[in-house]
Design a protein around this ligand. Sequence first.
Ligand SMILES: CC(C)(COP(=O)(O)OP(=O)(O)OC[C@H]1O[C@@H](n2cnc3c(N)ncnc32)[C@H](O)[C@@H]1OP(=O)(O)O)[C@@H](O)C(=O)NCCC(=O)NCCS
Length: 281
Amino acid sequence: MTVTPSSFPDHPAQAFNLVPFAQEHLTGAQRLSQEAGWPHRGEDWALNLSVSEGVVALIDNEVVGTALCTNFGDVAALNMIIVDARMRGQGLGARLMAWIIACAGARELRLVATVDGQPLYAKLGFVETGRIVQHQGEARAAAPHQPVWDGCAQDRAALAAMDMNASGMSRAALIGKIIEHGQILKTDGGFALLRDFGRGRVLGPVVARDVAGARALIAEAATRCAGTFLRIDLPEQVGLAGCVEDLGLTHVGGGTAMVCAARMQNDRNFTTYGLVSQALG
Ligand SMILES: CC(C)(COP(=O)(O)OP(=O)(O)OC[C@H]1O[C@@H](n2cnc3c(N)ncnc32)[C@H](O)[C@@H]1OP(=O)(O)O)[C@@H](O)C(=O)NCCC(=O)NCCS
């Protein structure tokens, strides 16, 4: 697809192409996310791309737009939707969305919207389902109120089953990739994954049967990260903001969870207390 932008000061009267997102676009994609104020390292982009398909907009081989679709069973997470600031307001965001919505097929579509993105998604039929609150900072140690221990790679299927029950997303492949380099924290009736991300480390997903399990996992992660940067993205309705504030993780922003073509979900025995990321839910 080729489009002529009406204004792009550095490249007047040139066309952009929409092409499938490939490894060679990662550096340009990271430049866009940095300019948008997002903390993703090359490795963070590479993890998302490794479980996704997507699109980039190019002008003279420069990446000026990105979007990924990550299919997790019956649910697609739409993510990393960014248009170069020089190109906004000309319909490029809508074209990127059309591409990745086609990648999702008949799946339920989920995303976490920024203030910039929300009007576009609302026009496409997405509706709000809740708020995501982003907390981060220098973690403080705390004693978990129930035992927490390390998991191992053989736990992958069991972790994926708990995560699927909580989220409705089939994410065994993603969990497998995260635990190649990250840590698995387990407690009675729950688990959490701790990995390098952005400015330090991120805890997510945090999946547990009850809030006591989630609190124990979060306290253990804060202890392991004490004195260093830790981030967690919480669904606001789980009510753990006060708990993570006490661990040194202050509220710095967040987003709006949105869904389109929602499907019925089976009964849940587990709850998602922390996201893998705003991108991947
Ligand atoms: C969100 C973003 C991708 C939109 O890209 P864009 O190319 O400017 O969007 P479009 O020009 O295709 O706009 C599509 C529609 O949404 C509307 N829209 C887009 N941004 C809007 C805004 N900030 N306020 C109101 N309406 C907006 C447009 O008016 C347009 O509607 P129309 O087709 O009826 O005219 C872009 O603003 C961006 O990259 N922001 C920074 C990164 C970010 O926050 N991404 C979203 C992550 S969830």
